[in-house]
Design a protein around this ligand. Structure first.
Ligand code: COA
Length: 170
């Protein structure tokens, strides 16, 4: 069966409730092999205050992936060289949505002059990022609410973006 490539668009303030729902569903349905239920709940609670969550999304470079026009995932770039969020709805995993979002952030970061891109990857996403060329740097333990969660800082060297020659010819 052929699958359609996800389309990408920038975040708009009215997307916040839908992205909060994708965030919570993604955590609660996809990370259970790696985190306890208490850890998942603490993590998912970060989107419970929709206004604060929307403010965070708006303060970063946030991209939304859609399939047949419906948002199914999102990713955000913090500063010039850090992937902060990458979440795909459980009903849309395995269709290249995460890869499309990640690739777009890599291109944007590279075009803005970043030489490397970092991510504090969840244990669930570790192999996804490894497959894309991210190399583990260090293990971290972070507090989220009353819970401690482990993640891994990973880093990818971005391809040098060749500047266009003046006049369009080499
Ligand atoms: C990790 C996540 C974003 C992947 O999204 P996705 O849309 O399913 O990923 P894709 O379909 O684009 O997969 C791209 C490739 O990575 C592989 N892959 C995806 N998730 C993987 C995983 N958890 N482990 C190993 N490989 C994985 C796919 O098989 C695919 O391989 P291929 O190119 O050989 O076909 C998604 O599972 C998710 O939202 N997880 C829960 C939230 C989370 O942990 N986010 C990360 C916070 S840092």
């Amino acid at each position: 069966m052929s699958r359609s490539a996800p389309a990408l668009r920038p975040y708009l303030p009215e997307d916040a409730p839908l992205l909060a729902a994708i965030f919570a569903a993604s955590i609660m349905d996809l990370t259970g092999d790696d985190y306890s239920e208490a850890q998942q709940e603490a993590w998912a609670q970060a989107a419970e205050d929709e206004a604060a969550f929307g403010k965070k999304l708006a303060g970063q470079l946030t991209l939304i992936a859609t399939l047949q026009g419906s948002p199914v995932g999102f990713a955000s770039l913090k500063g010039t060289d850090q992937i902060d969020m990458l979440y795909v709805h459980p009903s849309a995993v395995g269709q290249g949505v995460g890869a499309a979002l990640c690739e777009a952030l890599e291109k944007i970061a590279g075009a803005r002059g970043a030489k490397k891109l970092k991510v504090d990857a969840s244990d669930t996403a570790l192999d996804f990022f490894r497959k894309r060329g991210y190399v583990p740097q260090q293990r971290n333990t972070v507090t989220v609410g009353d819970e401690w969660l482990a993640n891994t800082t990973m880093q990818k060297t971005l391809d040098a973006v060749a500047p266009s020659p003046p006049g369009g010819h080499a």
